[in-house]
Ligand binder design. Structure first.
Ligand code: GLU
Length: 495
C-alpha cells in the first residue's frame, strides 16, 4: 500500500496503557514501529496512555518500559527521556484535552450530557431487549439553553459527547486496505468524563495530533476505534496519521492468546530462559513475512529487511515450539563467555554453587550443554551434577547394566573404577583404559559406559562420557564411583 504521508516527517509511537505488564502484543507493535521508523530515520515516541486512572499503576509503567528495554528496543522521546512534545503521559495532559473539548463545544460539535450512569444503563438494557445496537440515544443533544442551565444550577455532573455526523466514514489502512463504515451505527461518542479525564479515543487523537505523529501502527483491537478517531480528526480539522493494524495473535489451536492459556508477558518469557535476541526474532515473524526463507534475524537485519507491504492481514500463530527452536539457535550462536554470563542468574537462583565452583568448571559445564539445551532455564538442571559436590539422590536401578545382575554390574563398575583410578587424567587415555576394561570383562563398551555415566551423574542422558568425566574432575568421579559401588552392594544384598 502506498504511503500518502511521506511529506510529513516520519514520527511513530506506541501508547501502551499501564494496566498490566509488557504484553507480547505491545512488544510486537513496538518492534514493528521501531523497524519501520529506524529504517527511514524517523522518530519513535513512547507515550503512556493512562486515561484509565483506576487501573493505571506506576509499577505497570515500569514493567512495560523494562520489558521493551530488555528486548533492546529504544525510543527517542518518552516519559523517561523527555522530548519536545511532552509530557508523555496522558494524565499530565488533562488541560490540553479540556481545551480541545471546549473548542468542539464552542463549534457545536460537542455537547454536555447529564445522563446519570443509571439512566445510561437503563437505556442500554432497553436497546438490548429491542435488539438494537447499544448506542447512546442522544437525549442530551438537543437540550434547550434553559434546560441546560437548570441542570448546571442543580450541580449535575456532565460528560462531553462528540456529535457523530452520521453517514459513511472511511480510511485506508496500511495493512488492511480500504475500510469503510456507516457512522449512523455508533451514536454520539463520549470524549470527556465528568471528572475532567478524557476517554481513550479522544485522548489518542489529541495526543497523536499534538505529538505530530505521522504513522500509527498498532494492534488489531484498535481497528473498530479507527473510524471513530477519523471522525474526530475531521471535526477538528486535523490531518489524520496513516493507520496500519498488525494482525491478531492466535494460539496454534486458533484461540486468542490469553493469560489463562500460557505466558503472554515479556517478563515471563525472560524468566523462562528465552534470550531477547530470540524473542525479537520471533516477534518480528508474528505477522511479517520475509521475502525469502530466512528465519533467523538480528535486530539490525530485521531493520534492513522489514517492509509494511509484507505484513499479513490474516492472524499470526504464536507457536512456542518455534520460539523454543529459535532460542536454541540463538543460544548456540553466543560465545561461551556470554552464555555463561547469561546463565549465571538462573544457576544462582536454582541454588547452585556458582560462586564457589571453579570458573573453568562452570565454563566447561555450560559449554558441554550449549548444544543440548534450548532455554537458559534448562541449564541449572543440565549442569547441577557438574557444579555440586554431592549428587542429588537418584534411582540406583540406573546402575544396573542391560541384562546383567546387580553382582555383575557391581563387579564391572569396580573394574571401571580401578581402570579410571590408574588412567592418566586426559580424554584419549581415559577412553582407551575404560574401553580396555570393557574388553577384559567381555562387555559391550556402551553397556559399561552407561553404568559409569549413571554413577558419576545420577542421570541416563548427559554430554559425551569422557568430556563429562573430565569436567566433573578426578576426585569427584572416583568418590561418586565409590558411592555407586556401595549402592550396588546394597542391591546385591537386598535385590
Ligand atoms: N493504549 C492503547 C493500548 O494499550 C493503545 C492506543 C493506540 O495505540 O492507539 O492498547
Amino acid at each position: 500500500m502506498s504511503d500518502n504521508r511521506s511529506i510529513r516527517p516520519l514520527r511513530t509511537r506506541i501508547a501502551p496503557s499501564p494496566t498490566g505488564n509488557c504484553h507480547v502484543g505491545t512488544a510486537r507493535s513496538a518492534l514493528f514501529n521501531v523497524l519501520y521508523t529506524r529504517q527511514q530515520e524517523g522518530t519513535f515516541v513512547l507515550r503512556i496512555e493512562d486515561t484509565d486512572a483506576q487501573r493505571s499503576t506506576a509499577e505497570s509503567e515500569r514493567g512495560v518500559l523494562e520489558g521493551l528495554h530488555w528486548l533492546g528496543l529504544t525510543w527517542d522521546e518518552g516519559p523517561d527521556c523527555g522530548g519536545p512534545y511532552g509530557p508523555y503521559r496522558s494524565s499530565e495532559r488533562l488541560s490540553l484535552y479540556q481545551e480541545v473539548a471546549d473548542g468542539l463545544l464552542a463549534q457545536d460539535r460537542a455537547y454536555h450530557c447529564y445522563c446519570t450512569p443509571e439512566e445510561l444503563k437503563a437505556e442500554q438494557r432497553a436497546a438490548q431487549k429491542a435488539r438494537r445496537p447499544p448506542k447512546y440515544s442522544g437525549r442530551c443533544r438537543n437540550l434547550t439553553v434553559a434546560e441546560r442551565r437548570a441542570r448546571e444550577a442543580a450541580g449535575q455532573a456532565a460528560r462531553i459527547m462528540f456529535k457523530v455526523r452520521g453517514g459513511p466514514v472511511a480510511y485506508d489502512d496500511l495493512v488492511l486496505g480500504h475500510i469503510e463504515e456507516n457512522s449512523d451505527l455508533y451514536g454520539d461518542i463520549p470524549i470527556m468524563r465528568s471528572t475532567g479525564w478524557p476517554l481513550f479515543n479522544f485522548a489518542v487523537v489529541v495526543d497523536d495530533h499534538h505529538m505530530a505523529i505521522s504513522h500509527v501502527l498498532r494492534g488489531p483491537e484498535h481497528v473498530p476505534n479507527t473510524p471513530k478517531q477519523t471522525l474526530l480528526y475531521e471535526a477538528l480539522g486535523w490531518e489524520p496519521p496513516a493507520f496500519g493494524h498488525v494482525p491478531l495473535l492466535l494460539n496454534p489451536d486458533r484461540s486468542k492468546i490469553s493469560k489463562r492459556k500460557g505466558a503472554v508477558y515479556i517478563g515471563e518469557f525472560r524468566d523462562q530462559g528465552y534470550l531477547p535476541e530470540a524473542m525479537v526474532n520471533f516477534l518480528a515473524l508474528l505477522g511479517w513475512h520475509p521475502a525469502n526463507d530466512k528465519e533467523v534475524f538480528t535486530l539490525a537485519e530485521l531493520q534492513e529487511s522489514f517492509s509494511l507491504d509484507r505484513v499479513s492481514k490474516s492472524p499470526a500463530v504464536f507457536d512456542e515450539t518455534k520460539l523454543e527452536w529459535l532460542n536454541g539457535v540463538w543460544m548456540r550462536s553466543l560465545t561461551l563467555d556470554d552464555l555463561v554470563q547469561r546463565a549465571t542468574p538462573f544457576l544462582r537462583n536454582a541454588g547452585l554453587p556458582v560462586a564457589s565452583a571453579p570458573a573453568e568448571r562452570l565454563k566447561a559445564a555450560v559449554g558441554l550443554e550449549q548444544e543440548r539445551v534450548r532455554r537458559l532455564s534448562e541449564l541449572p538442571d543440565a549442569t547441577s551434577f557438574f557444579l555440586c559436590d554431592e549428587l542429588e539422590d537418584y534411582d540406583s536401578k540406573i546402575l544396573l547394566a542391560r541384562r546383567r545382575t546387580a553382582a555383575e554390574s557391581r563387579d564391572a563398575l569396580a573394574s571401571a573404577r580401578a581402570a579410571t583410578a590408574a588412567a592418566e587424567w586426559e580424554e584419549a587415555a581415559l577412553e582407551e583404559t575404560v574401553r580396555a576394561a570393557a574388553d577384559d570383562l567381555g562387555w559391550r563398551h556402551g553397556h559399561l559406559f552407561m553404568i559409569i555415566r549413571g554413577a558419576i551423574t545420577g542421570r541416563t542422558r548427559t554430554p559425551p562420557l569422557f568430556d563429562t568425566m573430565l569436567v566433573i574432575g578426578r576426585d569427584r568421579v572416583l568418590s561418586r564411583l565409590d558411592d555407586a559401588l556401595g549402592r550396588l552392594d546394597q542391591l546385591v544384598a537386598e535385590p
